[in-house]
Write a protein that binds this ligand. Structure first.
Ligand SMILES: [Zn+2]
Length: 566
């Protein structure tokens, strides 16, 4: 991370953490700080604290903390480089890219801006196209919804978009690279012609691709942008940028089959729906969703093809460590038709009681043995052992088979599966919360952070070994190296380190700094002496067992030297 150091400082100097966080949650002034309800855990009294003086936040309820970057990555579920981009833009700081990536970064930006221009073109054409308006009217999609999803229309022309973009100054080669025109024997032509256009956004809210649906029944029914520098369909989900807030609020994501399902759901006030681009779900999709929630509900068509697709999607998402539930529609119904016929309340009723994956499989009424085999195969993909156990129990009850037999088959299936299995399934073991840290370590660091100007001077009075707690020692080492300002320190540590540092920085100032510091030096030395004494004690005991008298003698001298001065 040091490569970013100057840029981070630049950005931090230009932005104010209270302004930034106020855009997401409401903060009230409380003394020197601002307080609000923590967005990272449920609480009724505010323990989320923002310090304008130090430009950090800390929640005393869930022990999270950090700077503007930590806040944004957490709140918006962005990666660090993504958050860096957003905040750099906001601060008006230009990001220096490492040599070699310059070309690519520049090209990416061009790709993004060309998509933005193209979207304007498609949106403007939509209002002029009677045919698309008729199509939307038929599907109950009004002007507001069209606007909400920035829907557009690609006119029936071979070069309308190309001409538009060329006039804006883009070269044909670049437009082709963006996937918006294709090249044939007679030259370039627009990729999307006479189609309804669905812009596809990435998590930052940039349009990175388009989906086009044919209006007149010509093939293919759906046409997507090809993969480009900025678009990888395995990693993008339709509607996620808009739905992420609702997904977090509702606690689950609604996985649907296609764009139109997502839009219809929105028309009926269901905002947490998303869909893959094309047909298949991928592990990457699973991981993407896992950044927001643990639970997903699959909503697929009730016909054979829909059920098959749902089963396949469930297997992949289960492997990503997501808890997968299903909605099963009556045959010949899909989410779209169901919502239109029965309305939101009926849909919500289904949503309130989704089927577990086992119930879903049991409902398929296949041959009992086939069903058992399929269900066991599915269960074996679940990385969470507790969840696996629950599924085994459900299956045992549902099929009236003894659990023992299922577990036996499960072991076999697990082995089969684990031969082409990598362990990178994003199901990280939750970090244990650190226990209380040694008080003297804490106070010493608190003092050092309280006076960043004098910190390195005072740090000279301590050695890293004086600190008992490894994390405290690490922080001390950075301070000793001269990184004593809280904002300079934060980027060097992970979430646990950040929370520790912000917690220390938020503490009330200790009065009589010099005296307190002196006490700390004494206490830390004393602690260290005691620790060393007990270490020698252990070594002596070992030496006694081995009857190594020479060593015992040597250790006893060391021990004598450590005893308090007489
Ligand atoms: Zn909290």
């Amino acid at each position: 991370m040091p490569a970013y150091d100057n840029t981070l400082e630049d950005i931090k100097n230009r932005l104010d953490i209270v302004d930034l966080i106020s855009e997401y949650i409401s903060l009230k002034k409380a003394g020197q700080n601002w307080k609000g309800l923590c967005p990272f855990h449920a609480e009724k009294t505010p323990s989320f604290t923002v310090s304008p003086a130090k430009q950090i936040f800390h929640c005393f309820g869930c022990n999270t903390g950090g700077d503007i970057f930590s806040f944004l990555t957490r709140y918006e579920n962005l990666t660090f480089p993504e958050a860096l981009n957003v905040l750099a833009k906001r601060a008006g700081v230009e990001l220096k890219t490492r040599p070699g990536t310059v070309q690519k970064a520049g090209e990416k930006e061009v790709m993004v801006s060309i998509h933005k221009e193209a979207l304007t073109f498609f949106e403007n054409n939509l209002t002029k196209s009677d045919q698309s308006q008729k199509y939307f009217k038929g599907r109950g999609i009004d002007k507001d919804t069209q606007k909400l999803f920035s829907l557009g229309y690609a006119p029936q022309s071979w070069n309308a978009l190309m001409n538009f973009l060329t006039k804006k100054g883009y070269k044909a080669e670049v437009i082709k690279k963006a996937g918006l025109i294709s090249q044939g024997a007679k030259g370039f032509y627009d990729t999307f012609r006479h189609r309804i256009i669905f812009p596809i956004y990435d998590l930052k809210g940039d349009v990175v691709a388009f989906g086009g649906r044919s209006i007149d029944g010509s093939d293919p029914k759906y046409l997507n942008s090809p993969e480009t520098l900025i678009f990888n369909k395995r990693k993008v989900l339709y509607g996620l940028y808009r739905a992420k807030k609702a997904i977090k609020e509702s606690g689950y994501a609604l996985f649907m089959e296609g764009y139109m399902d997502v839009i219809t759901a929105q028309v009926y006030g269901i905002s947490n729906a998303i869909a893959p681009l094309g047909t298949a779900f991928t592990q990457e999709h699973g991981k993407l969703i896992k950044r927001f929630v643990e639970d997903v509900v699959l909503v697929f068509d009730g016909d054979q093809a829909g059920i098959k697709a749902a089963k396949k999607a469930a297997d992949i998402l289960l492997e990503s460590g997501l808890n997968v539930k299903m909605l099963l529609f009556p045959a010949k119904e899909d989410p779209d038709s169901f919502l239109r016929k029965h309305g939101k309340d009926a849909f919500q009723k289904l949503l309130d009681n989704p089927l577990t994956i086992i119930d879903f499989l049991l409902k398929l009424k296949a041959d009992k043995r086939v069903l058992a085999r399929e269900a066991i195969e599915t269960i074996s993909r679940v990385p969470d052992k507790v969840l696996q156990g629950e599924y085994v129990k459900m299956l045992s009850e549902g099929l009236k088979i003894n659990e023992v037999f299922i577990i036996e088959e499960l072991k076999k299936a697990g082995k089969r599966l684990s031969s082409g299995y990598n362990s990178a399934h994003g199901n990280a073991v939750p970090q244990p919360r650190p226990g209380p840290r040694p008080l003297d370590d804490v106070i010493t660091l608190q003092l050092l952070l309280q006076q960043p100007d004098k910190a390195s001077e005072f740090a000279a009075k301590f050695a890293p070994e004086d600190f008992k707690d490894p994390l405290s020692r690490e922080i001390f080492q950075k301070i000793k190296e001269g990184i004593s300002d809280v904002n300079a320190l934060l980027p060097h540590f992970d979430d646990i380190g950040k929370a520790y540092i912000t917690e220390l920085s938020m503490r009330d100032e200790i009065e009589d700094f010099e005296k307190a510091m002196e006490d700390c030096v004494k206490k830390m030395k004393e602690n260290k002496r005691k620790r060393m004494l007990s270490e020698i004690q252990t070594k002596i005991r070992d030496a006694e067992k081995k009857k190594d008298f020479a060593l015992i003698k040597k250790l006893q001298i060391e021990q004598q030297l450590l005893k308090p001065g007489e």
